[in-house]
Design a protein around this ligand. Structure first.
Ligand code: SF4
Length: 430
């Protein structure tokens, strides 16, 4: 769902087969030994770590204890070397290092916008590229996380939608994005800093407490490449680690999952993940939404809005966000704004609307609405008592559209990629 402020997205006109509530795509095994035989622990929950420690020869009690310690070091402290795990005996550490590693997605390109937005093109172990974006604001820092390499849903305003779906990302590749961002922002708890893990899930970060120490990364949106509800299990498992007080300890109130409208999975998401919900609405009539968000042909507006109305936990304090990309002469009339208000009221939705100026990409078939049109659209919705801010486009100097970093990188020469890699290394050494 690429709909971060760094907006996206548009796509090919090719006919598509819309999958049902399960996307028939390849998901790699949860645990795949690397070529050297070692197992990457990134993305594994405490329970799975204990199991593989037991399989590797520890007795059940020792496996459980070591798993708890290692889990804490991996996710709460961000270490990538067993040698740094000071509460594990010096003789045990080489035993672990011989059998396991703590990985990260590989960074292919990282870019830094003049407005502070940062984008990374990442690569999986089997060579597939995907993106993540960090968007700093005055009062928060939001990481836009990908759930798939490419996407099966070719929403026509979305650049990622023009790409072939390659595969689902694993829990490690999803949680690994958050961990890479913390690496890059230097935001792991320092030795001696207060350890909040004992507070437990949901007691940390209620009011930004976990980030009151000046953290930059405060929020996560599952709005990068892919439809997160088509990779439900892996997204859920990754977010459970992100939300775990003993893990990355980010409150569910600071996490938003964005869907294009995979209606049968929305209730499960509310029950099993229970983060904030955002919906890529983008149109208020069947005709237009069928065109620009083709999953609408399978799950129509009424079904979608009814599922939103039933979303557990939605309230005025936790409103559902409707993303609405502003496309000139397509979905931006006064009548569209009024129909949007009518639908929100009809379904009694605790809602806010994010208006996103379309950010064209090469080959896009739409144009962005004029600024005064966007302003008027926003005013009409605000006048009805519904919040409808216009998102400021971010990171436009660094391939703003989601999915473009990948395309651009593919066009870069080897020399340019080497130069960027050198710059990245120099920045790391600073
Ligand atoms: S569902 Fe896929 S095609 Fe549609 S906006 Fe999201 S990434 Fe793009």
């Amino acid at each position: 769902m690429p709909h971060s402020d760094t907006q996206p997205c548009a796509a090919s006109a090719a006919p598509m087969a819309i999958p049902g509530h399960i996307d028939p795509v390849v998901t790699p095994r949860e645990i795949t030994p690397r070529a050297d035989g070692r197992i990457d622990l990134l993305g594994l929950p405490n329970r799975a770590i204990a199991e593989i420690f037991a399989e590797a020869g520890l007795d059940a009690k020792a496996a459980k204890l070591r798993a708890k310690q290692v889990y804490h070091w991996i996710y709460h402290r961000g270490v990538t070397e067993f040698d740094a795990m000071t509460d594990i005996s010096k003789t045990m550490r080489p035993w672990l290092a011989a059998r396991f590693i703590i990985g990260r997605p590989e960074i292919v390109v990282s870019q830094h916008s003049t407005d502070g937005t940062r984008k990374w093109l990442l690569r999986t172990d089997d060579g597939h590229e995907f993106e993540m974006v960090f968007i700093p604001d005055a009062d928060r820092g939001t990481l836009c996380v990908s759930s798939q390499v490419g996407c099966t849903l070719n929403c026509r305003f979305c650049h990622t939608g023009t790409m072939r779906l390659v595969r689902n990302l694993t829990p490690g590749e999803i949680v690994g994005q958050v961990m890479l961002a913390r690496d890059a922002l230097g935001e792991w708890p320092r030795a001696g800093a207060a350890d909040l893990s004992a507070l437990g899930d949901d007691l940390v970060d209620e009011d930004g407490g976990y980030s009151a120490d000046g953290r930059l990364l405060t929020n996560i949106v599952m709005m990068g490449m892919g439809e997160p509800l088509y990779n439900f299990d892996n997204v859920r498992d990754a977010l459970k680690i992100v939300m775990d007080g003993a893990g990355l300890a980010l409150s569910r109130r600071r996490i938003t999952l964005s869907t294009s409208g995979v209606v049968p999975m929305i209730a499960r998401a509310g029950k099993e993940i229970a983060v904030n919900l955002a919906v890529s609405l983008h149109a208020v009539t069947k005709e237009v939404r069928d065109e620009i968000v083709p999953i609408n042909r399978k799950y129509g507006l009424d079904e979608l809005l009814a599922a939103c109305a039933a979303y557990p936990g939605a309230s005025n304090a936790r409103r559902i966000t409707f993303e609405y990309v502003m496309l000139k002469d397509k979905n931006d009339s006064d009548a569209d704004a009024r129909e949007l208000i009518r639908l929100i009221k009809q379904y009694k939705l605790p809602a806010k609307v994010n208006l996103i100026p379309f950010n064209p990409w090469p080959g896009a078939i739409y144009e962005c609405s004029a600024p005064e049109r966007i302003r008027r659209f926003s005013e009409i919705i605000f006048d009805a008592g519904i919040s409808a801010p216009v998102r400021t486009p971010r990171g436009r100097d660094i391939d703003a559209a989601c999915g473009q970093l990948k395309t651009t990188a593919q066009k870069m020469s080897r020399a340019e990629l080497d130069r960027l890699a050198e710059e990245k290394q120099a920045a790391l050494e600073d």
